[in-house]
Design a protein around this ligand. Structure first.
Ligand code: 26V
Length: 822
């Protein structure tokens, strides 16, 4: 089913070799004798891209022919990870490429490792967007991802003296062979300035916005291949550049400073990705970024719609826009501006189009993470949009008053403008008002949105609310990252599972087959050896591949409770110190994750992990049974190494705090068992794999709420639990910080005095559960049986299933003309 464009891009080994050599010479500009690994990688990437282009263009033509509804996925983040290995798998040319590369005396795996990853996201939200693009292309859904081409992505993390140090991520240093700049499709975006209004000759109210600054948005397109679907969709990322005429006007009129200032302003916008931080409110640049990419994308959609010969009146019939969190929710006001001010629609028609275009996905329940912009900043940057939001809000509150008469408290609670003290624009409310559907990302999360965070909106519009549980792509997270397990599975059930993960259920019968279980263990061991080698290279720590690999990799946050994991490690440490003959299953505790640069407590948690690692790893009384490793600079590439190697997956957030989690799915698919709370998608994973194959502990979300309501006193738990007291006193005394009793004081005091994430309440339950894990690991047959059931029952957590849910329940896409379809 490969599309052979011509002789030049055929997939014979000879043609591929020639392609690599040609690209090395003509594109990279190097002779083979002096080419570096990086040169070879680049030449290879171009060779692969050459084989994508024909289907990329064909896909566009096919969509146009079928005149289908298009999904536009708007996201401030796309955490794509390296492309090469994934593109080879999806094209189905890995074997021939491997041979072609070998005949050039090169090693494919080594070249794959040369690719620097585009880290254009913080974590779960950005990676979810990337998995969804993979599934959209695999299913042949006409779709485009829109975002920002940050020049600097997620910072790199180094560990110095046990602390996190941030370094810039200049991922474009050696160029990016996958993208194509499309200067002819650039658009203009305005900022600041003022508005004027008048009545035109028909007596119609008109508004003109005269911005202070105008910047140019230049699209960079990257093809997104479906898995053997013949489809290549597009990820279109916008780069901000100075608008030449705007610049030269100022320059020519002698305003040199103004000219330079305009250039700096413009080029700053797509410069750097913001890390999730505690205090985003003052960050005007962040709002500039959000408006910039949202406006670029909407203008682009309108142009595409009109170029295809459609009338703007039908915009919502041809286009559906998914808002990935509130970051692009300014789009609601922007589409109104484009329709009313630029295209002359009346308000009601424009609102009908707008409110039928957008859908909103919420990704967090944490109150401090819900976006609000101070009115003053908002009005200075987007004066016209503020007027539009006032009008949207006034009409919305009329609806609220009609449905709930004499309830001004409710009106104040629901207003898009927060007027308690300093005034803010509540972006989640704008998204809710402007969207047809509002979805959470796991069952529990959606229920909590309805009962709590967006309860008033649920009472007003219950029909808008819907759940779509997250999923992850089995291509990257299983087939690419775990070739060993993939091969074993394929040898039993064939290749079908890669495009249809439900087929993994055919593995269930092998769980009771002792030969298969032993093969399963052999594979797991080989994968662990691979990780152990990497750890030795990167950190100098040697870990034993026959010990249990217990992994917690994710952003560092108090609600994710990496420090609860540490409390258990120290509990084991004290037990061993008291009784060095104690027999426990040897365990390697692996941590990875970045802390937001301004989040002091998260950085202190990293310091705690590295400090405990130093003590534990160097103590001969315990270090044969316990090892602790903090792996610096956790990212997609490293995730691909760690998910396959884990025996145990730590999903231990306070119930009710983790919207879904997606790492939990990646681990379980790869055969890890989960120790977890009833939070996010853990609940659905446990139901799917079987309660007997999941290590459950801790309070439920309802119990957490009840404990807090009743008055929670962590100090009492500390007083009454001897083991916990010993651990906390140890940390507080400086035993793990070279005698410095002040270092971890803020952490210890926070736990003793408020413990907002209830570590103490869950401590004993967690320790007991970990003890059950220990015991179970000593029975390899039982463990691998559970492991196989986990992998075999993860079909529903493929992002293909999530995308089908979105198609059916939100986007109203029922026909799949090309690609794998439903
Ligand atoms: C943002 C902020 C900003 C302010 C301070 C604390 C904080 C904490 C978290 C966030 C991120 C919010 C958006 C996000 O990344 N949510 C994640 O989305 C994933 C995909 O749906 C989901 O699996 C994760 O549970 C959820 O945390």
């Amino acid at each position: 089913d490969l599309i052979v464009d011509d002789e030049r891009t055929s997939n014979t080994v000879a043609a591929l070799k020639q392609g690599i050599l040609d690209n090395l010479f003509y594109v990279v500009g190097k002779r083979v004798e002096v080419a570096t690994d990086l040169d070879h990688f680049t030449a290879l990437a171009y060779t692969v891209r050459d084989r994508i282009l024909a289907r990329w263009l064909t896909t566009r033509e096919d969509y146009a022919k079928h005149n289908v509804r298009t999904v536009y996925y708007l996201s401030a983040e796309f955490l794509m990870g390296p492309y090469l290995a994934n593109n080879l798998l999806n094209l189905g040319i890995e074997d021939v490429i491997r041979q072609a590369v070998a005949e050039l005396d090169l090693d494919l795996n080594h070249l794959i490792g040369r690719e620097s990853e585009p880290g254009l996201g913080n974590g779960g939200l950005g990676r979810l967007a990337a998995c969804y693009l993979d599934s959209l292309a695999t299913l042949g859904v006409p779709a485009m991802g829109y975002g920002i081409r940050y020049e600097f992505g997620m910072f790199h993390q180094a560990i110095r003296d046990g602390w996190q140090v941030e370094m810039t991520d200049y991922w474009l240093r050696y160029g990016n062979p996958w993208e194509i700049r499309r200067p002819q499709a650039c658009v203009e975006v305005g900022f600041g300035g003022h508005t004027q209004s008048w009545a035109d000759s028909f007596g119609e109210y008109k508004v003109l916005w005269s911005p202070n600054e105008i910047v140019k948005g230049v699209p960079f397109d990257t093809p997104i291949l479906g898995y053997r679907s013949g489809v290549a969709n597009t990820l279109r990322l916008w780069r901000s550049e100075a608008n030449e005429s705007f610049y030269f006007d100022r320059f020519n009129s002698g305003d040199y400073e103004g000219a330079v200032g305009a250039k700096v302003f413009a080029e700053n916008i797509s410069k750097v990705l913001y890390p999730n931080d505690e205090e985003i409110r003052g960050k005007e640049l962040r709002l500039q970024q959000q408006y910039f990419f949202t406006s670029c994308s909407l203008q682009d959609m309108i142009r595409r719609h009109e170029t295809a010969g459609h009338s703007l009146e039908n915009f919502h019939e041809q286009c559906t826009v998914q808002l990935n969190d509130t970051h692009p929710s300014i789009g609601v006001a922007e589409l109104m501006r484009l329709l009313v001010d630029i295209h002359g629609f009346d308000w009601d028609k424009a609102w009908e189009i707008t409110s039928h275009t957008f859908n909103y996905t919420n990704h967090t329940l944490l109150p401090e993470a819900l976006e609000r912009w101070p009115l003053r900043i908002f009005g200075l940057l987007l004066p016209r949009h503020l007027e539009l939001i006032y009008e949207i809000n006034a009409r919305f509150l009329t609806i609220v008053r009609a449905k709930f008469p004499n309830d001004e408290a409710r009106v104040a609670r629901m207003s898009i403008i927060d007027e308690h003290g300093e005034r803010y624009v509540r972006m989640a409310y704008l998204a809710c008002v402007g969207s047809s559907h509002i979805n959470g990302v796991a069952k529990l999360h959606t229920e909590l949105l309805k009962s709590d965070v967006l309860h008033d909106f649920y009472e007003l519009w219950p029909e808008k609310f819907i759940n779509v549980t997250n999923g992850v792509t089995p291509r990257r997270w299983l087939a690419v990252s775990n070739p060993e397990q993939s091969e074993l599975m394929t040898s039993k059930i064939g290749l079908g599972w890669i495009g249809d993960l439900d087929q993994l259920s055919q593995l269930e019968r092998y769980a009771e087959d002792s030969t298969f279980r032993s093969e399963w263990r052999g594979v797991q061991h080989a994968v662990k050896v691979r990780l152990a080698q990497y750890i030795a290279e990167k950190t100098g720590v040697s870990v034993d591949p026959s010990s249990m690999f217990d992994a917690q990799v994710k952003r560092i946050h108090e609600y994710k409770r990496q420090h609860l994991n540490v409390l258990y490690i120290l509990t084991q440490y004290y037990r061993l110190k008291k009784d060095p003959t104690l027999e426990i299953s040897p365990r390697t505790f692996l941590f990875g994750g970045k802390a937001a640069p301004g989040y002091f407590m998260a950085k202190l948690i990293i310091k705690l992990i590295t400090s405990v690692a130093e003590v534990v790893n160097n103590d001969p009384e315990v270090n044969r049974q316990l090892k602790v490793v903090f792996l610096p600079d956790y990212n997609v590439t490293f995730g691909q190494l760690v998910y396959p190697a884990a025996d145990l997956s730590e999903q231990i957030s306070t119930a009710g705090k983790e919207a879904s989690g997606t790492g939990n799915m990646k681990f379980a698919m790869n055969g890890a068992l989960t120790i977890g709370t009833l939070d996010g998608a853990n609940i659905e994973i446990r139901d799917a794999v079987g309660h007997e194959n999941f290590f459950l502990f801790g309070l439920t979300a309802a119990e957490v709420a009840a404990r807090k309501a009743a008055g929670y006193h962590p100090h009492q738990i500390y007083e009454s639990n001897g083991a916990l007291r010993e651990v906390i006193d140890g940390i507080g005394s400086g035993r793990f910080s070279r005698g410095d009793g002040s270092l971890f004081r803020p952490l210890v005091d926070s736990l003793l005095n408020s413990d907002p994430y209830l570590l103490f309440a869950d401590y004993q339950s967690y320790v007991d559960c970990q003890d059950r894990v220990c015991k179970m690991y000593r029975d390899p047959e039982a463990w691998s049986r559970m492991s196989i059931y986990n992998a075999a029952r993860m079909g529903q957590f493929s992002s293909d299933r999530s995308i089908r849910d979105y198609c059916k329940d939100i986007w109203n896409i029922t026909r799949f003309e090309i690609g794998a379809g439903v």
